[in-house]
Design a protein around this ligand. Sequence first.
Ligand code: PLP
Length: 454
Amino acid sequence: MKTIIEPFRIKSVEPIRMTTRAERERLIGEVNYNLFGLHSDDVLIDLLTDSGTGAMSAAQWAAVMRGDESYAGSPSFYRFEAAVRNLMPFKRIIPTHQGRAAEAILFSMLGGKGHVIPNNTHFDTTRGNIEASGALAHDLVIEEGKDPQNLHPFKGNMDLDKLRAYLAEHGDAVPCVMLTITNNAGGGQPVSIENIRATAEIAHEFGKLFIIDGCRFAENAYFIKTREESQKDRSIEDIVRDCFAVADGMTMSAKKDGFANIGGWLALNDDALATEARGHLIRTEGFPTYGGMSGRDLDALAQGLSEIVDEDYLRYRIRTNAYIVERLDALGIPVVKPAGGHAVFIDARAWLPHIDPLAYPGQAVAVALYEIGGIRSCEIGSVMFGRQPDGSEKPAAMELVRLAIPRRTYTQSHADYIVECFEELSAMAPTLKGYRVTQEPALMRHFTCHFEKL
Ligand SMILES: *Cc1c(COP(=O)(O)O)cnc(C)c1O
């Protein structure tokens, strides 16, 4: 059959509160045009993030009831640890309350003034944690990955020549090489298994730790299976195992490809480093058999890890994005192609050439989309990445708007509604105005800054 159906039935529903356009225009003004400031019940379709917003399965809710809240040695922890190790064969697995807590622990050990850390593209919290430690974060994604229209199958790949030159230049200043799969800040684009292996080899040749930010490992594995000829007959689980087998550690947000509402982990093979990390964990998160999580969260996550590698689920998941991208493309709206794993990305710089990058064309699209249809998206451009560590501001590599699709949450008719809102937005695109930031915090300003319409 040509129609790919949602491979689940709905057992429990959550009503959507309908709002009018006039209401939404007032509400977004009241929160200074920052979509993070909205109450979520004033949003019709919430595509702000795919993080922790997925629907849990009946089996996960059952696992919640099995959760054991013992402070030390809970069986929930051992089920969690076994589920992680089944896919990612690391020696030491340290549970945290989300991905950024794993990053904070890692960079409190590996970061610090004078250090520099390369990645294909650092995610905002990764960059934030590195910079907060005094170190610098650098992005070395392949050139094709910066061109929203380039159809390269693995636009998240590390530029191996640049990485080699970087390691030769910076030497001892580099504590580790990171690789983010899929490349969230670069459009949710995948990294090939060939590139993962080659990146690991180069890191090891220079004596560096190789750390994977594995937030969307299952989606990445599905792209590997469907786009990398040598992998097409292999199971998702086997591909996942091979990806992590060459790494020395990983950070993970279980709110992504863990099907969990909260959770994460840091995994390491090096005993001394893991012991130091455990010390930080006890100080900041909790005892090592729960970290930042409750027993019921650990059990829901353990079950989620067995569901996320299901190929029928992944096919439906990836196809949903591709469907929206194809429809927007047909409307002449510049979208990042090919479709990424967890989100649809609009190229706002190409769409609104009349708005200067530092007047935030992505923010203009995101606000208009909310006003028109109650859809909440997220700017991933100069608002998020424009502020430099030295206080200056420069345009980001791309001005994107991300429509992140929560897992198993919305249906085909929601997708059609999204497309219809874009049709209307398309007609008014030339008249949209930019924004000015009127108030901002020192780090990760996009979450809380205030805007004014120009
Ligand atoms: C979400 C995310 C993180 C941070 O995880 P949280 O659970 O939100 O703290 C880090 N890296 C990537 C690629 C992410 O998508």
